[in-house]
Design a protein around this ligand. Structure first.
Ligand SMILES: [Zn+2]
Length: 147
């Protein structure tokens, strides 16, 4: 997809907006998040604009994940407070995506850092098998034939 002129991440990648990069090649880049959950919060992004997972070339998605793994390892040895690492990709407004240029959050976690997920009131650890089977059948039917 062509560059979106209203995209802040495209602006950062093009040098039109300030960014603090920790990595960059021709396909994938990583820069510090201005809205960091914890110090060391990095965003891994495709260099070419893609607003959602559906628009992202899966090969580039794979490279983003590889880069996120390398960054996660770096966070653990960086000296920043890091007892664990979160990889998080919000795809769609309902999933809290706020910048519509695909980005994979990589950020350090530690006990008591205040970050968390709210679970639905009906959350149970063991969903009925029938519900799992029904959902699995719908997902399998929606998968492309090559998997
Ligand atoms: Zn963009």
């Amino acid at each position: 997809m062509a560059r979106d002129t209203s995209c802040i991440f495209c602006d950062i990648l093009a040098g039109r907006a300030e960014g603090t990069f920790v990595y960059r090649d021709t396909v994938v880049a990583a820069f510090m998040s201005i809205g960091a959950v914890n110090p060391g919060h990095v965003m891994v992004v495709p260099v070419q604009h893609a607003s959602s997972l559906a628009e992202l070339d899966p090969a580039i998605g794979g490279l983003m994940f590889q880069r996120a793994m390398t960054l996660a390892a770096a966070l653990r040895t960086s000296g920043l407070r890091c007892e664990g690492v979160h990889l998080l990709l919000n795809d769609g407004r309902a999933a809290f995506q706020s910048v519509f240029h695909v980005h994979l959050h990589v950020f350090p976690r530690f006990r008591g850092d205040g970050f968390g997920f709210l679970l639905p009131p009906d959350f149970t650890r063991h969903r009925p098998r029938r519900e799992l089977e029904e959902a699995a059948a719908l997902i399998r039917a929606a998968l492309p034939r090559d998997g």
